[in-house]
Design a protein around this ligand. Structure first.
Ligand code: MSP
Length: 534
């Protein structure tokens, strides 16, 4: 089931906004990378994309860390937000904006939205007694707290019993509507196991949730005041969720609501699949189409944690990039990552296997072979081949249809947020070229000059198909696919005009000079020690 999307319909995709208290690591980069690949594919498919990421800055922990480091909270936030921005530049992400919850454009909207919810009676003042998880800055229900022996389910630290006068959001009023919505929209919460989890928990009904915390004497001013009440600040999670809305409150951007996809991990599914949609219902707004919660990266079989100090952090990622290229890292993360419901293990040996199989021996090798044969047999320029002749040399393959179908398939998959499937469409096309070269053996045929017209036809089929494959793989590997395309005289897909151009047979023009060029992905040595980020 997909909604019909006209070619230029707005496509709004978001990532979580990351806590400025942490340093960016592979987890943050992964979610943002998944969104980046989707944003890039949708843009080249002609959609009007808005891709948002950013930082979540009003957590209490920011105040603590700033104090420990002898700076003000905003100085601390500035420093770490910069670090996230630098990480995202390093990864070549194409986010259209980077929102920070300390920005005035955000805080104003938070207050206005909450004021609206107060007017409608969806936010009210009441008493709250509950179990607070200080390490996660969230309240847990009695049932959940008890289940975990009154310890944080995430960090195992003690929960605190807190009683407060709080503002509440009338979540209970929306449970039935939310359930009906989830049931009627199978793609709304993905993957399916996550959807079932949420439906299961909804079966127990929903209690109203506190959305503020009381300002205490001597508190460092940090966080957004409740509208008209400076004795309460907006709870950081409510503040944070509103970023998806506040970032698009300009005349040019309001068209982007509802979001097409919120990408996140399973740790924060409940906020995105339940609290946020119910807030939107209370505001009378349409719900996002897809809330996609992937699983976690672990490393060499172990959970990544501060205590183990085993995060794939930025220096480690930089070391991989320096040795194998950014695109190699992007490819490994995208194709071996935890998109589904199982965690994915970052294992160096697997990185090497995937790199060699998919890239060095896969698309990289196919591209070199084809370019080298054209250079060798046709004096370094693309030969003239009629479409009929090319078709006649297809060996049972109708290449123009195969490539067109691959493009349609990749885009349709990405529309339902089957990211892995969308990328596979490009890789399969390049693998098909390999099989075709193997079957037709143009290097053998070329030994007899009488066969050269057939060899030309075969190589043109290969080159054209590789160009389409590269267009489809470009969202994952923009730099190397741009190089590959330029070797066949073709522009990168972001320079083309919409989805039809992605598979326009005839993109490789007769007479185009073809140079051999260096290997796109030199073979990696599995015996070499893993790169060390220091
Ligand atoms: N600030 C909140 C989100 C507010 S969104 C309105 C938050 N921030 S966070 O910095 O903790 O980021 C959590 C997100 O980072 C996860 O949901 C996931 O997207 C990403 N990841 C963090 N660690 C991860 C892994 N080990 N593996 C994969 N992604 C993970 O929660």
């Amino acid at each position: 089931m997909t909604d019909a999307h006209p070619a230029h319909a707005p496509y709004y995709i978001t990532t979580p906004i990351y806590y400025v208290n942490d340093r960016p690591h592979v987890g943050h980069c992964y979610t943002t990378l998944v969104a980046d690949a989707a944003a890039r594919l949708m843009r080249v498919a002609g959609r009007d994309v808005f891709f948002l990421t950013g930082t979540d800055e009003h957590a209490e922990k920011v105040v603590e860390s700033a104090a420990k480091n002898g700076v003000t909270p905003i100085e601390w936030a500035d420093r770490n937000a910069d670090e996230f921005q630098r990480a995202f530049e390093l990864m070549a992400f194409t986010n259209d904006d980077f929102i920070r919850t300390t920005q005035d454009r955000h805080t104003r909207v938070v207050q206005a939205l909450i004021a609206k919810l107060q007017e409608s009676g969806d936010v009210y003042l009441g008493d709250y007694v509950g179990w607070y998880d200080p390490s996660q800055e969230e309240y847990l229900t009695e049932t959940v707290a008890k289940e975990h022996d009154y310890k944080s389910p995430v960090t195992g630290r003690d929960l605190e019993k807190r009683t407060e006068q709080n503002y509440f959001f009338r979540l209970s009023a929306y449970a039935d509507r939310l359930r009906a919505h989830i049931e009627a929209h199978p793609l709304f919460i993905q993957p399916e196991a996550r959807r079932n989890e949420v439906l299961g928990r909804l079966g127990q009904g929903l209690a109203d949730v506190p959305i503020s915390r009381a300002v205490k004497e001597g508190d460092t001013p940090w966080g957004i005041f409740m509208p008209g009440d400076e004795s309460h600040r907006v709870y950081v999670w409510i503040d944070a969720l509103i970023n998806y809305w506040s970032a698009i409150q300009t005349d040019e951007r309001t068209k982007y609501w509802p979001a097409q996809v919120h990408v996140l991990a399973k740790d924060i599914l409940w906020f995105h699949a339940v609290i946020w949609p119910c807030m939107l219902m209370a505001l009378g707004q349409p719900l996002p189409h897809i809330v996609y919660a992937h699983s976690f990266w672990i490393r060499e079989g172990r959970k990544m944690s501060k205590s183990l100090g085993n995060f794939i952090d930025l220096p480690t990622m930089q070391a991989y990039i320096d040795r194998y290229s950014l695109d190699a890292l992007r490819w490994y993360l995208l194709t071996q990552g935890p998109l589904g419901t199982t965690d994915a293990d970052f294992v160096h040996a697997k990185f090497i296997d995937v790199y060699n199989a998919d890239l060095a021996n896969g698309i990289g090798n196919a591209a070199s072979r084809v370019a080298n044969m054209i250079a060798k047999y046709f004096d370094g320029a693309v030969p003239e081949v009629t479409p009929e002749r090319a078709l006649a040399q297809g060996h049972g393959r109708d290449w123009p249809s195969l490539t067109k179908n691959a493009v349609t398939d990749a885009i349709e998959r990405m529309e339902r947020f089957d990211v892995a499937g969308a990328l596979r469409a490009g890789l399969e096309l390049s693998n098909e070229v390999d099989r075709y070269i193997h079957e037709t053996a143009p290097f053998k045929l070329a030994k007899d000059p009488a066969n050269l017209p057939d060899v030309a036809a075969i190589l043109i089929n290969c080159a054209e198909a590789l160009v389409v494959a590269a267009n489809l793989l470009w969202p994952a590997m923009p730099a190397s696919m741009t190089t590959l395309l330029s070797r066949f005289g073709c522009p990168a897909p972001d320079q083309l005009d919409g989805r039809d151009a992605l598979c326009a047979w005839g993109a490789v023009k007769a007479g185009t000079p073809i140079e051999k060029g260096e290997a796109l992905f030199p073979r990696a040595d599995g015996d070499e020690a893993p790169p060390d980020g220091g």
